[in-house]
Design a protein around this ligand. Structure first.
Ligand code: OOG
Ligand code: MG
Length: 262
């Protein structure tokens, strides 16, 4: 850690206020170039603490920058991790107020729900699959608090990995019955296909994102509890949305989930 507690608190307040007021800001590493990974996750933890103190609950966890396309683009080898608050959840087929957000984008994701705890280090894909209750389709709405989505990795981790809204739905499937590497995803905006992908786009197998999350938490003395919902990361690049847009995700063998921006 290189930042003191007062600075961590101030950065968390700045980023969360931008989230709540739908305003953007410049990346925080401009003011704090010495910030390290622990500082970045400490700011994210402080944003979570602020939300919990106002009565929010944790609805799940997420991995980000897990697709080979995004990793290449950012020049990184390890994903980033964040939390999902219950206030982020949009009901399946429901509405999301565009004016509450800054510059939202949608991405198709495979969602895991666990039935047994997972703890790293050394957590493997096999352990993840054995601990998975079911998988289903999800659309994540990301909304970086940074102007024009321009950030570096530490800034985006502090900003809870651009988390903003998410919807899950479709058919709950046992991952043992599927080959999640070849599971296809088709996302449509207003009936037109805007992205196409397969499960293997996420770290070769989306269960890998869950294993890496368990290993990341393990290094911090934590784990993934049973019953945790996890977004494993966009299979494709994210797509910008405007008010009035209807977005539907068809995931092979898992049905469909959708939301409308109003
Ligand atoms: C960071 C969040 C990325 C994903 O699924 O890759 C993410 C961003 O691109 O703003 O959620
Ligand atoms: Mg995502």
């Amino acid at each position: 850690m290189s930042l003191d507690t007062a600075v961590i608190r101030e950065l968390a307040e700045r980023l969360e206020t931008c989230e709540l007021q739908a305003r953007d800001t410049l990346k925080i590493t401009l003011d704090h170039p010495e910030m390290d990974w622990d500082d970045a996750y400490a700011v994210q933890d402080e944003i979570l603490r602020r939300k919990l103190s106002r009565g929010a609950r944790v609805a799940g966890l997420k991995a980000g920058l897990t697709s080979f396309a995004k990793m290449r683009q950012m020049g990184i080898e390890t994903p980033i991790f964040g939390f999902l608050a219950d206030t982020f959840l949009v009901p399946d087929g429901g509405q999301c107020r565009h004016a509450d957000l800054i510059h939202p984008k949608v991405e198709p994701e495979i969602v895991f729900v666990t039935k047994a705890p997972l703890k790293g280090p050394g957590c493997s894909i096999a352990e993840v699959l054995a601990a998975t209750d079911f998988v289903l389709a999800g659309i994540e709405v990301i909304d970086s608090r940074y102007r024009d989505f321009k950030f570096d990795l530490k800034s985006v981790v502090a900003d809870n990995c651009s988390s903003s809204r998410f919807v899950v739905g479709g058919i709950m499937r046992d991952p043992r019955d599927l080959d999640l590497r070849t599971t296809g995803a088709v996302m449509e905006k207003n009936g037109r296909i805007v992205s196409l992908g397969a499960g293997a786009a996420v770290l070769g197998h989306p269960a890998n994102a869950v294993a890496m999350l368990a290993n990341h938490l393990g290094r911090r003395g934590a784990g993934i509890p049973a019953g945790t919902l996890i977004l494993t990361g966009g299979l494709t690049e994210a797509v910008a949305v405007e008010p009035g847009d209807h977005v539907a995700l068809h995931m092979q063998g898992m049905g469909c989930t959708s939301l409308t921006f109003v």
